[in-house]
Design a protein around this ligand. Structure first.
Ligand code: SF4
Length: 438
């Protein structure tokens, strides 16, 4: 069994210091090599049942989570993870595509640069705050555009070579060779560490206090559902957990399906996706078919792919409504609008854990009910609110509004907002229904 990672304060708050939520402690796990075997996933599902409440999740940043632990079951679960041969990532969060090194479309393999940064920060990673992160995006099929990062490095073609566009905080990007990019990243990270554990890149002198770097496309990530060609004629198949969560039995069944389809490994990916890699074409189809039978998302146009939802009540003590429980109904109700231009977020409170970035429609739990934010983040929620039990009927009215010729779902919502119709719906429902607080 691997040694347990050192319990250095702040080294990896999620794995070493699980967080308290409404249904107990939650432990977050990022496999250091990004990949786990089907057998390891089955073992993790068994451990989640034995030591947690059997609920598992894949987050928007591609981390695995086990819910419902107690103070007494954290250490046994950590030991079980290590006994399975899974090495959890500790120290600084460095995100790369789960297909790095396997993706024929990538501009550069992100792993060597990520390794340089990991090794270079070994001496001071514990002085960095837990939210400090680095994105190393090799420019392949799975982009990391939705991830905020203190340091963002994106591979770009430069003649026959690759160079790295480096952005620190909200500053201007610079085009650098790999070694220079590592040096620039390490310099920024050591300066952040010197400012203390609350510091972020935007606190550095010369880095404007603009938002942390993303790719500049508004932070809307692509969901890696479907089949992706890999090197050597193999394929990866990405399937989505409904709203990022499922029972341990579902994860075990997906591990069985991956084995049966001939997968080499499984990789938690961005936007709550699980990728099976090393498949042949037939295996990719078989894995997707079984995942679909199990209720998972297998195509990017599944209405559920456009909806993010946090666990909500009762799983989280901060929640004002059962966000995830209502998400399937919201997907059904809003399906006529979900044409790929609209993103929807159900957030149990204004913190916005499931999707901190703006969405086209964000429903936010408040003291008295659910507020609506159009083209904004949960933190922008104000009144009016509608009662939780009025949501379904209100959304049905919303979705029944006819599109103008050629109008997208997002365009329709923008038009409704401009005409005061969105606010009107909320005012109407909020005024004539009793407030229900869950
Ligand atoms: S957004 Fe609020 S309710 Fe939802 S998980 Fe985060 S803290 Fe809990």
């Amino acid at each position: 069994m691997s040694p347990r990672p050192p319990a250095r304060r702040g080294a990896c708050p999620a794995f070493l210091a699980p967080m308290e939520t409404g249904d107990g402690l939650i432990l977050r796990l990022v496999p250091a090599e990004r990949a786990i075997s089907p057998d390891q996933l089955r073992g993790l599902a068994r451990a989640a049942t034995a030591f947690g409440n059997s609920m598992m999740e894949i987050t928007a940043r591609g981390s695995l989570q086990v819910r419902g632990l107690t103070a007494e079951t954290v250490a046994p679960l950590q030991d079980a993870v290590l006994a399975l041969g899974i090495t959890p990532r500790v120290g600084l969060a460095i995100d790369i595509s789960p297909l790095s090194g396997l993706d024929p479309r990538e501009v550069a393999d992100a792993r060597p640069l990520a390794r340089l940064i990991r090794e270079g920060t070994a001496g001071f990673a514990g002085k960095l705050g837990p939210k400090v992160s680095v994105v190393v995006d090799g420019g392949g099929a799975i982009g990391l555009s939705g991830h905020k990062a203190d340091v963002r490095l994106i591979a770009v073609r430069s003649g026959a070579d690759a160079r790295w566009s480096a952005t620190i905080g909200g500053g201007m990007p610079e085009l650098l060779a790999e070694q220079e990019a590592a040096t620039r990243a390490l310099d920024a990270l050591s300066r952040i560490a010197a400012l203390g554990r609350r510091a972020r890149a935007t606190d550095l002198p010369g880095c404007a206090s603009t938002p942390l770097a993303n790719s500049g496309d508004g932070g809307t990530p692509s969901t890696p559902l479907g089949t992706f060609p890999l090197v050597e004629g193999r394929f990866a198949c990405g399937i989505g957990l409904p709203f990022g969560a499922g029972a341990a039995d579902l994860f075990a069944a997906l591990a069985d399906a991956a084995d049966k389809a001939g997968a080499r490994d499984l990789r938690p990916a961005t936007e709550r996706v699980l990728l099976a890699t090393g498949l042949d074409a037939e295996g990719a189809l078989a894995f997707a078919a079984e995942a679909r039978r199990l209720g998972c998302l297998t195509a990017p146009d599944d209405p559920r792919a456009f909806i993010a939802a946090c666990p909500g009540a009762p799983a989280c003590v901060c929640a004002h409504f059962p966000a995830r429980d209502l998400a399937a109904g919201v997907a059904d109700a809003l399906a006529p609008l979900l044409d790929g231009t609209v993103t929807v977020h159900l957030s149990g409170c204004a913190k916005g854990c499931a999707h901190p970035a703006p969405a086209t429609l964000t429903f936010v739990g408040m003291d008295e009910g659910i507020a609506l934010v159009h083209e904004g983040a949960p933190s922008g929620a104000r009144g009016p609110v509608i009662a939780v039990d009025a949501l379904a009927a209100t959304l049905a009215t919303l979705a029944a509004t006819p599109h103008a010729p050629g109008e997208t779902g997002r365009g329709l919502l923008a038009r409704m907002q401009e005409a005061g119709l969105l606010a009107g719906l909320w005012l109407r429902e909020g005024n004539d229904r009793p407030m229900v607080k869950t």
